[in-house]
Design a binder for this molecule. Sequence first.
Ligand SMILES: [Zn+2]
Length: 338
Amino acid sequence: MPFKDIIGQEHALKSLQNALIKQRPSHAYMFVGPDGVGKQKTAVAFAQALNCKKTVYDGCGICNTCLRIEKGIHPDVFIISPDGASIKIKQIRELIRDINLKPYEADKRVFIIREAHKMTDEASNCLLKTLEDPPLYGVIILLTTNQHLFLPTVTSRAQVIKFKPLPRKIVEDYLISNLKKTSEEARIISVFSKGSLEMAVKLAHSEEFKEIREEVIKTANQLRKTMEDYPFFLGEKFQQNREKALIFLDMFLLWFRDLMVFKAANTETLNINIDKLEEIRTQTETLQLRELLKIIDDIKKTKKAVESNANISLALTQMLLKTQEVLKKGVHSSRSEI
Ligand SMILES: [Zn+2]
């Protein structure tokens, strides 16, 4: 995938392309940014741009060189990943051996180290000398979520290039035009993807994501009725799966935030769940702002508890019982006013 197909990240792409234009690419880079925003794609594109003979300052994406780089089978482009939990000294020794061999066919031998902050201290120290002074044809690209996880001796030897979470609008547009999502679906998914296109694509294909969302809206409705056992049923349902429970809590929080925003601003333009406006309107009618704030506060506390290993079933059930109490009171008092 050439630079021109990488979404967002103009700033990062510009500094790489400038280096190509000036014919002065650095021998070591550190790409820093959240997961799933295009660091590895950009590193691969940079390897293509450095070696493609068809296009200047970018890869063409379709020549034999570009295709093999993309597929990870080019003999001069290497991608190194953690072996288990860390990148070990053995892997770095191999890298040093490989970088000292002349390129088979390319102009530059490129070494991309994924999750480079997982290098052990020995591995980092072993890399230092090569990182500072690789052979002329060698380029090392460290990918990481956090540059502060490195020894300063590593960071100071590489040119740091920052990658940002993508704006929501860019993710939404991508989902609509490339994955044929409706604008409502795209909005929800983009919020949960937190600026990561990779996450957005994963969620767009996830049946589980859809199911949990339906479950959230159903729950908000059920709790308003007299189904006393629903909180227990749901607590049990998520007991075995902390990750799912956390997604449920995130969505549940988002739902009540939507109710609060609607209540406070009396407009739907700020709502995330725009495909459920009718439900939002109905549920908001019977609730006061301070009640919504209380529910939101409870959900946040429960999320923290579940994150720090609390019993899922117990935490969820307690929160849902409290939510139910507030919701039913709201429904009841608005009925008695009539
Ligand atoms: Zn090419």
